[in-house]
Design a protein around this ligand. Structure first.
Ligand SMILES: O=C(O)C1=C[C@@H](OP(=O)(O)O)[C@@H](O)[C@H](O)C1
Ligand SMILES: C=C(OP(=O)(O)O)C(=O)O
Length: 428
């Protein structure tokens, strides 16, 4: 789907969509439990993939109004009767590959073209260290994957700079093993706040995780048992970042985002980043409301070591700001649905921005040149699509973003939401 975006101003109030990261974890944790009600879940293509995996392992998921009723597989999963298709979702693939290692048999996992090009090797090695068998069919560390369990726990040594999702996966499965899993990190942990999110959700399900000098330790023989039988999902700060960027670039009279309560999400750093760039922004944390208005922005240096999903949003803000915006520590942002560092460098260049791309650093040279409307490729990646659409709101002339349908991965009604506050978007 092509989305035609024209220069617009926006105003009003919008509700943040529910968090994708919390929803994935809550659905799988409910699967490891006897079951649970997941309130205010994100219903999107990626979280559907996790629901499908829980069903493949013997659970079931009923979609209610603003809630999912999950019946769990209660500890060890069944061996799936078919392959598990994780579609476009890295979180699903990593988390449920570790689930597969608990099953007494063989599980085959796959995904779409993008997911089959993403790195899984360190997680496969870790399952091997636990005496399970985990292989890439093409012996290239990528899906399709074949996993044979059951593992009983043990110790693993794993790099921390490829994906934090391996750690989340091992912690969630480790609680079900007899011996537990002790994780030693071989390198510094990137995307660390996502492990904090995991620890927060596990705690709500009555599962303990310890941080250690070497990494993490989860005791075995634990039972997933959510307090009161339910878990409520907070708003999603990665999705909120597009709304706040829209406000900072295009809301002369202000835009308010609701459903923005503090949580473990590293991506809430977008508020501080916008403030450092000079945006007029305020966050009422108790009310969960952030208000931002159109402001002149200046370039800043930002590390995305903890917040990889913010890179597309920050690069658009940098393209409009005065002076250089240096986004550092971004190598792991290349392992996402697409290489997002290269994608943003190339697509913003197509819109007239001046950009320097290095392996670990993306610099956007903001100057007085306005962005120009262009035909840009969303790279079949929801975050590239949404950030380019935001850029289109302030570019001269029309911007056509290709692949608009991919917002279904994390923010299915994104275009309806920005249209409701005044953005001019036409979908074809
Ligand atoms: O655990 C999660 O929910 C996520 C972890 C991050 O990935 P990495 O840990 O691979 O950087 C992030 O980019 C992804 O969108 C969601
Ligand atoms: C990288 C992302 O998700 P995943 O790793 O689950 O595909 C994302 O949502 O930006």
């Amino acid at each position: 789907m092509d989305v035609h975006v024209s220069p617009s101003t926006v105003t009003g109030q919008v509700q943040a969509p529910p968090s994708k990261s919390y929803t994935h974890r809550a659905i799988l944790a409910a699967g490891y439990a006897e079951g649970a009600t997941v309130r205010d879940p994100l219903e999107s293509a990626d979280t559907e993939a996790t629901m499908g995996a829980v069903e493949a392992y013997g659970g079931s998921v009923e979609r209610g109004v603003d809630a999912l009723e999950v019946t769990g597989f209660d500890g060890r999963p069944a061996v799936p009767s078919d392959i598990v298709n994780c579609e476009n979702s890295g979180t699903t693939m990593r988390l449920v590959t570790a689930t597969a290692a608990l099953a007494d048999g063989i599980t085959v996992l796959t995904g779409d073209d993008s997911l089959r090009s993403r790195p899984q090797g360190p997680l496969l090695d870790a399952i091997g260290q636990l005496d399970g068998r985990a292989e890439s069919t093409r012996a290239n560390g990528q899906a399709p994957l074949v996993v044979k369990g059951p593992v009983d726990g043990g110790t693993v040594s794993i790099p921390g700079d490829v994906s934090s999702q391996y750690i989340t996966a091992l912690l969630m499965a480790g609680a079900i093993t007899e011996e537990g899993i002790e994780i030693a990190l071989e390198t510094e942990l990137k995307s660390a706040p996502y492990v904090d999110i995991t620890i927060e959700v596990l705690d709500a399900f009555g599962v303990d995780v310890e941080s250690t000098a070497a990494g993490f330790d989860v005791a075995g023989g634990q039972t997933y048992d959510p307090a009161g039988g339910e878990y409520a999902v907070p708003g999603d700060f990665s999705s909120i970042s597009y709304l706040l960027a829209t406000g900072a670039l295009a809301a002369p009279d202000g835009l308010t985002v609701t459903g923005a309560r503090p949580s473990a999400q590293g991506d809430s750093a977008i508020v501080d980043i916008l403030e450092r760039m000079g945006a007029d922004i305020s966050w009422d944390r108790d009310a969960g409301e952030i208000t931002v208005s159109r402001s002149s922005l200046s370039g800043v240096e930002v590390s995305v070591a903890d917040t990889p999903d913010l890179l597309p949003t920050i690069s658009v803000l940098g393209a409009v700001a005065d002076g250089d915006t240096r986004i550092v520590d971004c190598e792991h942002v290349r392992y996402k649905e697409t290489d997002r560092v290269a994608a943003m460098a190339e697509e913003l260049t197509a819109m007239g921005a001046s950009v320097t791309e290095e392996q670990e650093v993306l610099t956007i040279h903001g100057d007085d040149t306005d962005l120009s409307g262009a035909v840009v490729d969303g790279r079949a990646d929801h975050r590239i699509v949404m950030s380019l659409a935001v850029a289109g709101l302030v570019a001269d002339g029309e911007t056509i973003v290709q692949g608009g349908e991919h917002v279904d991965v994390s923010f299915p009604n994104f275009f309806d939401v920005i249209e409701s506050i005044g953005a001019s978007v036409q979908r074809e």
